[in-house]
Design a protein around this ligand. Structure first.
Ligand code: 6PG
Length: 387
């Protein structure tokens, strides 16, 4: 049988969707999952793409199915499972084979893994993938860190599966070792800031102007047609307009106001502090998430000290809405500028030579922070306004 172009380990939602995306773009893919039943289920549900998928039931089988040098994407939980998977792969791979971690890894782990694998002749790619499940299936933004040679081996597949902005692929090689995962981390830091600012504006509209979710949804939908046009504003409008099927209440009112976090926002702030670069919008967003998570303490404080209430905002409502739109836009510019400043500092610190115009370009489609502002930034970088 014709060898597969690439392999993938970990058929969870993200892994399955990436694998189907690769198959759909005409690249044969070998897949492996620790639980064989999941591999079977994946193949059974692959439909017309079935012929492009090579199911494998051992790592030896997986390695044998791929054209050398073998690129293998691992899509398992970040942290220890990645190290365990790499250790297991060492026994079946040969020199120049490429292990690709497509999870949200800490770039410091990626740098360590890159160096540990290079010692044994293997290559490592730390690949940031943004766009959630939908993006993985139909076109994510892809941020690659590793050797240029390893990028050349996977470039065709990764550019084929990535999102496109006016026909330009949103996938690029950004530098060596941890560069891709660092850029993905900062992407997420900006995402945290964007989401927090949206939440604060929602709070002002709800509490200050006594507006209901549907009315606020219309405000965001209107803003999405202008300078704030972006994925996060678009889905905010949709979420605020949605009702909970069980209670018939607006869905936003039945969701517990307690957010968790997986780590990327916090890592962005830690690195910004290490580099001595202010990233205040991201810092405030991470702190707000932590505050949101300590719901019990917040309730106890309210019991002890009372709820101060909110003073309604009076005045010309349209003028205020206009000001809030501008405030959100100004905050967004600050958050993105801070994110790029942190990347610029890290680029020098870790000798990555990060291509800022390319980063702005590959964030214009597919990823969670895609927005009109990034197109403007990409243009500005392109015309010499770069970092
Ligand atoms: C993406 C997202 C995705 C997820 C992050 C953040 O780019 O597709 O960033 O990776 O949203 O893991 O998750 P938390 O908000 O739970 O930390």
């Amino acid at each position: 049988m014709e060898k597969a172009e690439i392999g993938l380990i970990g058929l969870g939602t993200m892994g399955s969707n990436l694998a189907l995306n690769i198959a759909e773009k005409g690249h044969r893919i070998a897949v492996f999952n620790r639980t064989a039943a999941r591999t079977d289920a994946f193949v059974d549900n692959a439909g017309a793409l079935r012929d492009m998928v090579v199911p494998c039931y051992s790592l030896e089988e997986l390695a044998a199915a791929i054209r050398p040098p073998r690129p293998i994407i691992i899509m398992v939980l970040a942290g220890k499972p990645v190290d365990e998977q790499i250790a297991a792969l060492r026994g079946v791979l040969s020199a120049n084979d490429i292990v690709i971690d497509a999870g949200n890894a800490n770039f410091r782990d990626t740098m360590r893994r890159f160096s540990e694998l290079s010692d044994s002749g293997l290559t490592f790619i730390g690949m940031g993938v943004s766009g959630g499940e939908e993006g993985a299936r139909h076109g994510p933004s892809i941020m690659v860190g590793g050797t240029e040679q390893s990028w050349k081996r996977v470039e065709k597949v990764l550019t084929a599966i990535s999102a496109k902005f006016r026909d330009e692929p949103c996938a690029a090689w950004l530098g060596t070792d941890g560069a891709g995962h660092f850029v993905k981390t900062i992407h997420n830091g900006i995402e945290y800031a964007d989401m927090q600012m949206i939440a604060e504006i929602y709070g002002i509209l709800r509490d200050g102007l006594s507006m209901g979710p549907r009315e606020i949804a219309q405000v965001f939908a209107g803003w999405n047609k202008g300078r704030l046009n972006s994925y996060l504003i678009e889905i905010t409008a949709k979420v605020l307009a949605a009702d909970d099927p069980k209670t018939g209440q607006p869905v936003v009112d039945v969701i517990l106001d307690r957010a968790g976090q997986k780590g990327t926002g916090k890592w962005s702030v830690i690195e910004a502090q290490q580099l001595g670069i202010p990233a205040t919008a991201i810092e405030a967003a991470v702190a707000a998430r932590v505050l949101s998570s300590i719901k019990d303490e917040r309730l106890a404080a309210e019991k002890g000290y009372g709820n101060g209430g909110v003073t309604p905002i009076s005045g010309d409502k349209d003028a205020l809405l206009g000001d809030l739109e501008l405030a959100l836009f100004a905050g967004k510019i600050a958050a993105y500028a801070q994110g790029f400043a942190v990347m610029s500092g890290a680029s020098k610190e870790f000798n990555w030579n990060l291509p800022m115009p390319t980063i702005a370009k590959i964030w214009r489609a597919g990823c969670i922070i895609r927005s009109q502002l990034l197109d403007t930034m990409a243009e500005a970088f392109g015309s010499g306004g770069g970092a």
